[in-house]
Write a protein that binds this ligand. Structure first.
Ligand SMILES: Cc1cc2nc3c(=O)[nH]c(=O)nc-3n(C[C@H](O)[C@H](O)[C@H](O)COP(=O)(O)O)c2cc1C
Length: 733
């Protein structure tokens, strides 16, 4: 409910919200400029100051003091009206007041879209839209990041997603404030608020002559800094009075006796209105105005990144580009996703099914409407788990629908759960979907399966089982990998591990020639970094195998670590490759395993070929960020990958410390053993904000997680809490 509200209000009002916010942002600059050009009010009183101005401005009728402190004098002399900015120190006019046509135009645009009262109402609607967007945006952000207390935790996701959230977290409060105060001002303009205090009654005046304002006690009692407006009595009328408005109220002063004839204090509602006006306009609070202006300037960024997310790959409609109508669809892929990655798996599945001659449609689980599909033969449910075993946002209400279903659909279902096995409730939501569907009497096409930490292998295996069930050829890596693949010649190789029965190699390939347009767009190998993945298509197969990159574009080569797997087609071919030989490969970005770009220390933990991306991070660490590496191998003399480089990297300051664990040595140690040994150091590093990055086999990652659980518990932390903050990331296989 909240997400569609945010989406549709955002799409409908984006342009108008941008116009209102940007014009408001520009207007916020004026009070700041006015405040800079205005001296602070001297500690004088209204009477003395009025006398000074009266001496220098002939025909003086009124003095006004703006919240910024700027003082304007209004005069009518010799049949000519004039307005002057007055020096608050001396009372001398410094320059005539000129109205900037630009400011008038922007003000009218901001308040009424240049369209009078109808425009004012439209602006109120836009303010309301901005209020809805701010509130729903915060609710969505809290849900996505894992609760209100984590609202400012580090973010994950695609660039538009992260940018949208990052900017919203900064600007959201300001936009919320601006929209609320804007609505209040609209209500005040249209008289929708309860009435203010009545004007003070004018009692009889003395008519006893006219004294200088400097001699009038009521004016002498009011500090200049409280003044808003002082109107002078007409010269030829001894029964006329001074009318004074201050921040506290309004009254009349006898021009002869100087007595305050009557006074009406501002009501609390009026004072609240003054305060709200100050908040909205920044008049009298220039710095706040500038901050709100800056927040307003962020609105176009929010609109763009929001639109990008809608038009991008996370929208079901973008998967159904070939416009299979629901009536024709033979496969319905239902997606339950929080962070968006499950949509990309759905996209791959949808493309593969379409290539195999099927007619798939993709929809959010929350949009589950079986009655729309006349020819559906199967439902494939791809469901992530969020929170603590909870439903992801795009699956809102799905379990309730299942529970209230009178008759299950005749076409069978299959569930594929996406989760993270280090969470206690691994794939819990997908499992409850499968259980609930079975309970409702829905026939199951094939047993539910899990994809752990977005593992391509898990996904591909499930795809193979599905293909067998459907009797079709299905390549779940059909993102046109053949078409995207380029030929990479091997430059050099370093071999390890022969003596410990673990043949392993560091392979270094030349960069391919990259077409200009790819270079400009940053596609493929035009832009990559250590931690990204390279898909290698082995000879005689179409399914690529993925390896983590140990180098970035700046290194000028493509490097991977490969270990020969028993019976492995791709690893076998790579281990046979000699310099000059080539492979077909393409790039897949892996932003979930990038070191966050800040100065926080990194604890890098890897074993075997998992050292690849970690070595890449160290090599790229020209900024000398603290990096501490824990590396597990079998033997110091046989399979210590990058053993020749570590010393140099330490000498250059790229690597702060290195701890190696050898399982086939006398000490028989694994990385997790040495982490436990160094528990104090680890805790101290975590205390200074360190992040942990782990790469290697699943068994090693599980052992490290168990050790970390124990190491972190005295800090009331755990791998899960750090994971939720984006400070514990894994790339496992
Ligand atoms: C805040 C948060 C909470 C999570 N909770 C669980 C959980 O309880 N059980 C689980 O198996 N996976 C959990 N995960 C992992 C996600 O389900 C997994 O990364 C999934 O691939 C995300 O898919 P999505 O990007 O489509 O939402 C959680 C992830 C995050 C960020």
């Amino acid at each position: 409910m909240i997400r569609p509200l945010h989406r549709w209000v955002g799409l409908a009002a984006a342009l108008f919200v941008c116009v209102t916010a940007l014009s408001g942002g520009v207007l916020a600059l004026y009070p700041a400029a006015e405040a800079i050009g205005t001296m602070a009010a001297p500690p004088t009183d209204v009477g003395s100051f009025a006398a000074l101005v009266q001496d220098t401005v002939p025909g003086l009728e009124q003095i006004r003091r703006a919240p910024s402190g700027q003082i304007t004098a209004f005069a009518y002399d010799g049949g000519v009206a004039s307005k002057w900015i007055v020096d608050p120190e001396t009372g001398v006019p410094t320059s005539p007041v000129t109205q900037s046509p630009t400011k008038i135009w922007i003000t009218d645009l901001h308040r009424a879209f240049l369209a009078g009262d109808a425009g004012r109402i439209a602006t109120a609607v836009v303010s309301l839209a901005m209020l809805v967007l701010s509130v729903s945006g915060f609710m969505l952000a809290a849900r996505r990041i894992g609760g209100w207390r984590r609202l400012f935790a580090p973010l994950k996701g695609s660039l538009p997603q992260r940018l949208h959230l990052e900017v919203a977290r900064f600007a959201g409060i300001g936009l919320l404030l601006s929209s609320l105060t804007g609505l209040w001002l609209f209500a005040a303009t249209f008289g929708l608020l309860p009435g203010g205090a009545a004007l003070p009654a004018l009692p009889p005046v003395s008519g006893s002559g006219s004294a200088s304002p400097a001699a009038l006690s009521a004016l002498k009692d009011i500090p200049l800094s409280h003044l808003r407006e002082l109107s002078f009595p007409r010269i030829d009328n001894l029964r006329d009075v001074y009318t004074i408005k201050t921040v506290d109220g309004m009254g009349y002063v006898d021009q002869g006796t100087g007595a305050m004839l009557s006074w009406s204090a501002r009501t609390p509602l009026q004072q609240l209105s003054d305060f709200i006006k100050m908040l909205h306009t920044g008049k009298g609070a220039a710095v706040l105005g500038l901050i709100l202006g800056l927040c307003a300037a962020c609105v176009p960024i929010l609109a763009m990144t929001g639109l990008l997310q809608q038009s991008g790959r996370f929208s079901p409609s973008s998967f159904n580009k070939r416009r299979t109508s629901p009536k024709d669809a033979d496969t319905v892929i239902l997606v339950g996703s929080e962070g968006g990655t499950t949509w990309t798996f759905a996209q791959t599945l949808s493309k593969a099914l379409a290539q195999a001659g099927g007619k798939p449609v993709v929809a959010a689980m929350s949009d589950f409407t079986p009655e729309r599909y006349d020819h559906v033969a199967r439902y494939l449910i791809l469901a992530a788990t969020s929170g603590d075993g909870d439903a992801p946002s795009s699956a809102d209400g799905f379990l309730d629908r299942l529970a209230s279903m009178q008759h299950p659909p005749t076409a069978p279902f299959a569930v594929l759960g996406f989760g993270d096995s280090t969470f206690p409730r691994y794939c819990a939501y997908a499992d409850s979907v499968a259980a609930e569907a079975r309970k409702a009497g829905w026939r199951e096409l094939m047993p539910a399966a899990h994809v752990d930490r977005q593992s391509r292998q898990d996904f591909t295996s499930w795809g193979e089982a599905l293909a067998e069930k459907l009797g079709v050829a299905l390549s779940l890596d059909s993102k046109n990998t053949e078409a995207r693949a380029v030929t990479l010649p091997l430059l050099s190789r370093r071999d390890y591990g022969e003596e410990v029965q673990a043949p392993t190699a560091i392979l270094r390939f030349a960069l391919p020639r990259i077409p200009l347009c790819s270079r400009l767009m940053g596609h493929g190998f035009a832009r990559f970094q250590a931690g990204d993945l390279i898909g290698i298509i082995p000879e005689g197969d179409t399914v690529p195998r993925y390896y983590s990159l140990a180098s970035g574009r700046r290194d000028g080569f493509i490097e991977i670590c490969v270990r020969k797997q028993a019976g492995g087609l791709c690893s076998g071919q790579l281990m046979e490759l000699r310099p000059g030989g080539t492979v077909k490969a393409f790039l897949r970005r892996n932003p979930g395993f990038y070191p966050v770009d800040d100065r926080s220390p990194l604890i890098l933990i890897g074993a075997g070929t998992g050292i690849g991306p970690l070595a890449g991070f160290v090599r790229a660490n020209t900024a000398r960020r603290p990096m501490h590496l824990y590396f597990g191998a079998r033997s110091q003399t046989s399979d210590l990958l990058y053993g020749e480089d570590f010393g140099r990297w330490q000498a250059e300051g790229r690597l702060s410390s290195l701890v190696t664990a050898f399982s086939r040595s006398a000490e028989h140690a694994y990385v997790q053993d040495l982490l436990r040994r160094d528990a104090d150091v680890i805790r101290q590093l975590i205390g200074t904000g360190a992040r942990i990055m782990i790469c290697g086999g699943r068994g090693m990652a599980a052992g490290v997680a168990a050790a970390m659980e124990d190491i972190l518990s005295p800090l009331s932390l755990s791998p899960i809490t750090l994971k939720a903050e984006g400070r514990y990331v894994e790339d496992v296989y």
